[in-house]
Design a protein around this ligand. Sequence first.
Ligand code: IMP
Length: 194
Amino acid sequence: MTEPVVEVITQSAIESRIRELGNQISVDFEGRFPIFVAVLHGALPFLADLVRAIPAELDVDFLALSRFGEGGRVRIAMDTLTSLEGRHVVIVEDIVDTGLTLNVLRRMIEMRDVASLSTATLIDKASRRLVETPLEYRGFEVGDEFLLGYGMDWDGRFRNLASIWAVLDLPAFSEDPAVLSRLALADPGDSLST
Ligand code: IMP
């Protein structure tokens, strides 16, 4: 039977790409003290791995967005604790799709008189972009499949998967999302126990 989800980016591919990004960022920010601002909740695993791949001093903070009204308008629901004024800010996102969210967020942060602003996203769905927005660091460029795992969720589930999965059959997956737990969260020891 064909499963409705398939693993598309393995844990080791994520690890090695993040090592590359970390090296690139540490060269670009040498001698500065950047602050990495993760957009909750999806960017959490990427932030944690990315900052540990950067052998330099840095700071981290978080913000959360909420959508309201028509056309997916965005506002900051939870702001950073640190002032961003005069700071070298790197926004950390799990995924950039149409670019609408990032575009608004960048404009809101630019108004805070930051020293510099850049964005790191693990996943870039470049072909789906509706608005162009600067994207300085990207992990993987993908098509328009719906992705889950490593921060990306289905109604709050699956953010803790170590790899990234694509949904191939949305109706089948919606009927039984637990299929992904069975495939991705299975304990390898389970097969030995019976
Ligand atoms: P935007 O379209 O670039 O504004 O992206 C909005 C948000 O949609 C992202 O921050 C994600 O939370 C969500 N999103 C877009 N594509 C996916 C996906 O494939 N999986 C999970 N979330 C997604």
